[in-house]
Design a protein around this ligand. Structure first.
Ligand code: FAD
Length: 140
């Protein structure tokens, strides 16, 4: 039984590149063993992450992530049962904002600025899918 979970959160302090790299590193260490794939985006003090995998694994990992003091104001943007993964290729892909076309963000939001708190979960999921299709995902 596969599920997709998506959330947004606010960074407690502006993370340096090394801090983001540390989060991605630990994610890429843990997630494969748990069968979890997904994407992590950080912009303007806000994280947005999509996690896909088995229901128990995703629920447990999310519970763990929510308690991380590096972020707060965690809001669930979406949680659904799925028949197949939309983001199977990334143990935790990072969205490269330099490769993100503002017109793509504008397609799904009120302004060209990415603000997951002002977007529906469906719109955010659709944007993530287009990011993948347009090559905006930096590393696997
Ligand atoms: P520990 O390493 O023992 O950490 C316990 C607590 O210490 C953490 O919750 C955190 O509050 C703090 N901490 C740990 N390392 C640091 C650090 N370098 N700097 C500051 N504080 C720190 N983990 C995954 O496995 N998969 C994911 O997909 C994933 N996504 C994440 C997304 C975000 C936005 C954030 C902030 C964290 C994410 N993590 C992810 C990390 C996760 O929250 C845990 O820190 C990690 O899984 C290690 O768990 P642990 O029990 O070994 O915690």
């Amino acid at each position: 039984m596969l599920v997709r979970l998506m959330y947004a959160s606010r960074a407690t302090a502006t993370p340096a590149d090394a801090d983001l790299a540390a989060i991605l590193r630990i994610s890429r260490e843990h997630n494969p063993a748990e069968g979890i794939t997904g994407l992590l985006c950080f912009t303007d003090g806000v994280f947005v992450q999509v996690l896909e995998g088995g229901r128990n694994a995703v629920n447990a990992r999310y519970k763990h992530i929510v308690q991380d003091r590096r972020h707060h104001d965690v809001i669930l943007l979406g949680y659904e049962e799925i028949t197949e993964r939309a983001f199977p290729g990334w143990t935790m892909g990072q969205v490269n904002l330099h490769r993100l076309n503002p017109a793509l963000v504008l397609k799904y939001s009120e302004s060209g600025k990415l603000d997951p708190y002002a977007m529906s979960g469906d719109a955010m999921a659709a944007l993530f899918k287009e990011m993948c299709a347009s090559g905006a995902i930096a590393v696997s």
